[in-house]
Design a protein around this ligand. Structure first.
Ligand SMILES: [Zn+2]
Length: 128
């Protein structure tokens, strides 16, 4: 079984390598200051190539969520959500909480997660 995520480009590959080291980071353009998520190899705002890696916010707001019988890495059941990271954008991620306990607008925080097949991924869980 292939345990590697689908990698679109070198920035995506670097994102997952950093995630495996516990770093939750993305790219920022040194020329215009724009922070991108997902990370980029080229700034979509000014087309600059001088990018640096910066920390993503580790807390965000739950915008939407759903429950799927079979989802990321085939764990059943799985709760998935869209989380707003202020100043960056939205991230589609696993949510580490029972579906019934969640509500739109609640604060959630980043938590590293390793899938049963050994892949380092991200998830968020409600802030107490
Ligand atoms: Zn730029």
């Amino acid at each position: 079984m292939d345990t590697k995520p689908y990698i679109q480009d070198s920035a995506a590959g670097e994102f997952f390598s950093r995630l495996a080291e516990g770093k939750f980071q993305t790219t920022r353009c040194r020329a215009c200051g724009e922070t991108h998520y997902p990370p980029r190899v080229l700034c979509p705002r000014c087309l600059g190539e001088d990018l640096e890696w910066v920390d993503l916010p580790r807390e965000g707001t739950l915008l939407a969520f759903t429950w799927q019988e079979a989802a990321i890495r085939c764990i059943k059941p799985d709760v998935l959500g869209l989380v707003e990271l202020e100043g960056v954008g939205n991230i589609f991620t696993r949510i580490d909480a029972p579906y019934e306990s969640l509500r739109i607008g609640q604060r959630v925080s980043f938590s590293p997660w390793t899938s049963p097949d050994g892949l380092a991924l991200h998830q968020f869980r409600p802030v107490d």
